[in-house]
Design a protein around this ligand. Structure first.
Ligand SMILES: [Zn+2]
Length: 559
């Protein structure tokens, strides 16, 4: 007697093979049998008209802090995600000495767009080392399964203290970091993650620690993965770490290199394709390089209190270092405005905001008599007022005490270009950033968006290709051997959905973070069920509350 049989579904098994009609039996958290009549079960679901796929593996999340207070890792599981990779970009909370806890949270508050108050209330610090962190999250439990990177910025702070944000490491410090990477890999890390991206700043505009690393440091730390013979090197790259340098790391270590964030930038329309061409050439030489791409337009909701889209501008630094009335003085300052304007007039290879004022919209005015501006672009509003857009934005925000909410649709909004990215043979589709930027955007439902928008509406990918990109492909890249496909003996991570209606609903704000702070979320459309290790965690109405969180902490990865 099986625990569950899902009968007569359109089986899309995660390998890319053609979909076929089949029934699937589940016993003891694993897939027990496939076929026309897999036997009796305590529960039978008639799935005519529905597709059954492996649960989504989201390889780019930032649940490192949230996982210590929210075992549900909302909203990912109810959006079809059964496994998450945490610690991306190296923005982790472990290892961390007690005296660096607040510093670590102050780094994260900025780069992850989560309020410092939420982090201070929420994070449970029952660890110092990385192995102890893994033990804690395993003890607390989690609904999806989890694989964790050892993060470069945390490592640097552990070894170098406050110097981590100001200087390169000396050889002894590099050696100690390398020893800790090896230790973390033996404890069960999925790999080593870092960021060299210029928009990655902590509180007060301090660069995230990993941005201070030189090539020798990166070479040594990635070398630790080569030494242990497993693990992925993940980085969000800035201008200084080009694909040719990353290829040398892959060649020296034999390890896969996952390169983020390959987003299409309309002001540099070929840039991302140039990277993918270099990645293809490296693949042809036998190096395992992958470009991490997104199937979602990158939108950012923000106020001028913390305007993420502007923070990769060097001239914005005085604003990042100020708060309260001081911040208002910076925004009013003519020299500040002139320097920002000058910088925007010069083209840059890696920059979030490039002066595209028509892609910035006013979402919510603070004052009732300003509501008429809602929904309009800054370009239009400024033209109407006869002002330069930057001046209009700053003046208007100042008049509303910096409470105006804007949205920026900056990168990945050209559908033809994004379609090319999604079809690139060396692209891996991820970049939800789930768990981070909670008030800016919510792409945790990227998988449902891929299935609805890019498969059904745009027909850029077949259903089989998309499901493979969401499950079998990431499992293979990350060495997750017993997930990502529907086959007898594998973990019963399953997603049951209606291909005719699957998608993600509109973005809305909810207030359920520690202290009642807000976050953005989206609802699933066309979803019938999500199972993790055989336990149902969501149905058509949304998340269920399983008795015990069914996710496993993944600690063993294939070479
Ligand atoms: Zn990230």
């Amino acid at each position: 007697m099986h625990d569950l049989v899902i009968r007569n579904a359109l089986l899309v098994d995660g390998t890319g093979a053609p979909a076929r009609r089949a029934s699937v039996a589940i016993s003891g958290g694993r897939i027990a049998a496939l076929g026309e009549a897999p036997g009796d079960a305590r529960q039978v679901i008639a799935a005519e008209g529905l597709a059954l796929a492996p649960g989504i593996i989201d390889t780019h999340t930032h649940y490192d802090a949230q996982i210590t207070w929210d075992a549900g890792l909302h909203p990912s599981p109810e959006l079809g995600v059964s496994t998450v990779v945490i610690g991306n970009c190296g923005f982790t909370i472990a290892p961390c000495r007690p005296q660096h806890r607040d510093l670590t949270l102050r780094h994260l508050t900025h780069v992850e767009g989560m309020s410092l108050d939420v982090l201070r209330r929420g994070v449970r610090w029952e660890f110092e080392t990385f192995p102890d962190y893994l033990a804690q999250i395993e003890r607390l439990g989690h609904v999806p399964s989890v694989a964790a990177f050892i993060g470069h910025s945390s490592l640097r702070t552990w070894v170098m203290g406050e110097d981590a944000t100001t200087r390169p490491a000396c050889p002894a410090e590099v050696a100690e970091m390398r020893r800790l990477v090896v230790e973390a890999m033996h404890a069960g890390a999925v790999g080593f993650a870092t960021s060299t991206a210029p928009q990655h700043n902590g509180e007060g505009g301090t660069p995230m620690p990993s941005r201070l690393a030189d090539e020798a440091e990166l070479r040594s730390l990635v070398g630790a993965l080569g030494e242990v013979g497993h693990g992925v090197f993940m980085l969000t790259k800035g201008g200084g770490t080009g694909v040719p340098f990353l290829e040398t790391l892959a060649a020296e270590t034999g390890r896969p290199v996952v390169i983020a964030a390959l987003l299409h930038n309309p002001t540099q329309p070929e840039g991302v394709f140039d990277d993918l061409r270099l990645i293809a050439a490296a693949q042809a030489r036998g190096r395992r390089l992958y470009g991490q791409v997104s199937c979602c337009p990158l939108t950012n909701e923000f106020t001028l209190r913390s305007p993420y889209p502007f923070e990769s501008l060097a001239a914005w630094l005085p604003a990042m270092q100020a708060t309260g009335e001081d911040l208002k003085r910076v925004y009013a300052d003519r020299d500040f405005r002139r320097r920002v304007g000058e910088e925007l007039s010069r083209p840059a290879a890696v920059r979030l905001f490039n002066g595209e004022w028509r892609k910035l919209r006013l979402v919510e005015a603070a004052r009732a008599d300003n509501r008429r501006h809602e929904g309009r672009s800054i370009a239009d509003l400024a033209a109407e007022a006869g002002k330069a857009p930057l001046n209009w934005l700053l003046d208007f925000s100042l008049s509303e005490d910096l409470d105006t909410i804007y949205t920026a649709l900056l990168l990945n909004s050209d559908e033809a270009a994004v379609g090319r990215l999604l079809r690139d043979p060396n692209a891996t589709i991820a970049l939800s950033d789930a768990g981070a930027h909670l008030t800016f955007f919510c792409d945790a439902g990227f998988g449902l968006h891929l299935l609805g928008h890019w498969v059904r509406e745009r027909q850029v990918l077949t259903l089989e290709e998309a499901v493979w990109q969401l499950s079998g492909r990431p499992a293979a890249i990350f060495g997750i051997a017993d997930r990502g496909r529907i086959a007898p003996g594998l973990a019963a991570d399953l997603l049951l959905f209606d291909p005719a209606t699957v998608g993600r609903g509109p973005t809305r704000r909810v207030f359920d973070l520690p202290g009642g702070a807000p976050r953005l979320t989206t609802a699933a459309l066309g979803l019938a069920g999500v199972w993790i290790n055989g336990v149902q965690v969501a149905d058509a109405t949304g998340p269920l509350a399983p008795e015990r969180p069914p996710g496993r902490l993944l600690r063993r990865f294939a070479a």
